[in-house]
Design a protein around this ligand. Structure first.
Ligand SMILES: [Zn+2]
Length: 124
């Protein structure tokens, strides 16, 4: 089962690059004038998610990671720059609350598929 909050978080992640004015749920079209559409935009959904997020965010203290796998994903090494480990205090957008959160470097792990750089979200 998926809770409504989880479903909302999923939509926010899937459309992370969408602008705030993108209409996501259409309520009416043409009723308030020719071509006028009303409903909920990505900005509305983000604002609702902000109101739903408990303080502190559940991602506080959890890890986030990024990868460098120049030979593991069928991509020539020259096409993928190594992002390197997280810098202390580097900011990452939390996928749960969408806040810009500083992280602390945690680990660098060599795996079969590449290098995994791990950091922890600070309390937020
Ligand atoms: Zn968060």
């Amino acid at each position: 089962m998926t809770t409504p909050a989880e479903a909302l978080a999923h939509v926010l992640q899937a459309y992370a690059d969408a602008p705030d004015d993108r209409l996501m749920i259409e309520a009416t079209t043409g009723i308030h004038g020719p071509g006028v559409r009303t409903g909920l935009t990505m900005g509305d959904l983000r604002a609702l998610a902000d109101q739903q997020t408990p303080d502190p965010c559940a991602n506080s203290g959890r890890t986030v990671s990024r990868w460098y796998a120049p030979h593991g994903w069928d991509t020539p090494a020259a096409d993928i720059p190594d992002p390197g480990p997280y810098a202390d205090g580097e900011h990452v957008t939390c996928p749960l609350c969408r806040r810009d959160v500083p992280v602390t470097p945690h680990a660098t792990t060599e795996r079969e598929t590449g290098t995994q750089y791990v950091a922890r979200y600070t309390d937020h």
